[in-house]
Write a protein that binds this ligand. Structure first.
Ligand code: AMP
Ligand code: GLY
Length: 426
């Protein structure tokens, strides 16, 4: 079967790597892809916002399965348009993608189903929002309702910061995405990512993973998309996993099916492990990036078989097998990230890093220029180490980092520190 993967980040390189390893995959196309995905299949230069072009490409290239990597195409209804054309698609419909695409939708669903989450209120009126913050005090969290390129959340430590966020968001900072805002109680605890593969009725949990969101060592500085990750995440014990499935994932699946918008694809719950138990911070309707880069190297089952079963509503028959190895990834970023990153600097040493044992390299914001590999984004390369322990995986990942020569690059040096601190880890 020919498969088309949509996206171009580190997550998509990991997906392309796993999909292309399946005996079911004949030709893998990646639109638009990156220099790393080009080594797993054929990159296709295509504007992925033009759904009709994607449909036509599928017909002319006999594509039997489309896999949607990022959230934006799902929220924009790509799965619906492909489905109407009779093309099998792994990824949620536009309505199901509201779980991520509208924070207000997500919060109302939580309220209706009794899913544990931060207390919240919705506002379109700045006056009412300011009054609410004045009453509640800080810390408090201000969120744009819609997708805002990961920048639509302000965890305000003081009320002045909260008032400023209200004014800029309702003042049009993110256009239509911040016409409405959600103001939330600030949860305290450790954050973990939880992933489930869903077919509209059944959800099966994936292995656990945890990322590091802050830009600086010791988890300080501004939030990023993720500076590194590891799997398994020792915090997410089997008992906790069962609780998350029962209290958060299962009621969400049931409610979405009842609403006539069954959720198919990867459901990613961002959780806060609070003193009262796990609470939902947010849903994403895709794999995490860089969590995907540590989950897929541990997956022993055929990813394409699992995705097809999810498309066909047959997950009840599927068991996923995982390796016992620990995977840990360090993200190499362009200087300036999460602000404007330096671009265009030459990157050397990728082949050498890749040739190390138990190391994988997944590209994200790289490009070819004049025959050389250059940095072309914020998060640029993922160096993944595999090992029997967190310490071993981490040693291998950093050995790979140290092979890369790139003047504009930087990374955190402490990925996995929480897991290393936890003595229950192997
Ligand atoms: P989001 O874009 O919803 O993932 O939020 C980005 C980050 O903001 C999360 O990963 C958390 O670190 C933080 N955050 C969001 N909501 C809350 C909350 N209610 N309490 C504490 N931190 C939060
Ligand atoms: N690593 C966090 C995310 O993918 O949103």
């Amino acid at each position: 079967m020919n498969i088309l993967l949509i996206g171009s980040g580190g997550r998509e390189h990991a997906l392309a790597w796993a999909i292309s390893a399946s005996p079911l995959c004949d030709i893998l196309f990646i639109a638009p892809g990156n220099p790393g995905t080009a080594r797993c299949g054929a990159n296709v230069a295509m504007d992925i916002t033009r759904h009709a072009d994607i449909v036509e490409f599928c017909f002319t290239h006999d594509v039997g399965l489309v896999v949607i990597g990022p959230d934006a195409p799902a929220v924009a209804g790509l799965a619906d348009d492909l489905g109407e054309a009779g093309i099998k698609t792994f990824g949620p419909s536009r309505l199901a993608a509201q779980l991520e695409g509208s924070k207000a939708f997500n919060k109302e669903l939580c309220a209706e189903c009794g899913i544990p989450t931060a207390a919240f209120a919705r506002f379109t009126d700045a006056h009412a929002a300011h009054a609410y913050v004045t009453r509640k005090g800080a810390p408090i969290v201000i969120k744009a309702d819609g997708l805002a390129l990961g920048k639509g959340v302000v965890v305000a430590q003081c009320v002045e910061e909260a008032h400023a966020a209200i004014d800029s968001m309702l003042g049009g900072q993110f256009g239509a995405a911040s016409r409405e805002i959600v103001i939330e109680e600030c949860l305290v605890g450790e954050e973990v990512s939880f992933f489930a593969l869903c077919d509209g009725k059944t959800a099966i949990p994936l292995a656990s993973a945890q990322d590091h969101k802050r830009v600086g060592d010791g988890d300080v500085g501004p939030n990023t998309g993720g500076m590194g990750a590891y799997s398994p995440a020792p915090m997410l014990t089997p008992a906790l996993q069962a609780r998350v499935m029962a209290e958060i994932i299962a009621p969400t699946m049931a409610s979405m099916a009842d609403r006539g918008m069954p959720f198919r694809g990867i459901l990613y719950a961002g959780l806060m492990l609070t003193a009262e138990g796990p609470k939902l911070i947010e849903y994403n309707v895709r794999f995490g990036d860089p969590e995907c880069q540590v989950l897929l190297p541990r997956l022993r089952s055929d990813l394409v078989v699992a995705m097809l079963a999810a498309c066909d509503g047959l997950l009840a028959n599927v068991t996923l097998r995982w390796s016992d190895a620990v995977a840990l990834t360090v993200v190499l970023c362009g200087r300036g990230y999460p602000g404007t990153p330096a671009r265009g600097g030459v990157i050397a040493g990728v082949d050498e890093a890749e040739s190390l044992p138990d190391v994988l390299v997944f590209h994200a914001g790289t490009a070819h220029k004049d025959g050389q590999l250059v940095g072309n984004g914020g998060r640029v390369l993922n160096l993944v180490g595999l090992g029997a322990t967190v310490a071993e995986a981490r040693e291998r990942a950093y050995a790979a980092v140290d092979m890369i020569q790139w003047d504009d690059g930087f990374c955190r040096r402490d990925i996995g520190w929480r897991a290393l601190k936890d003595r229950s880890v192997p």
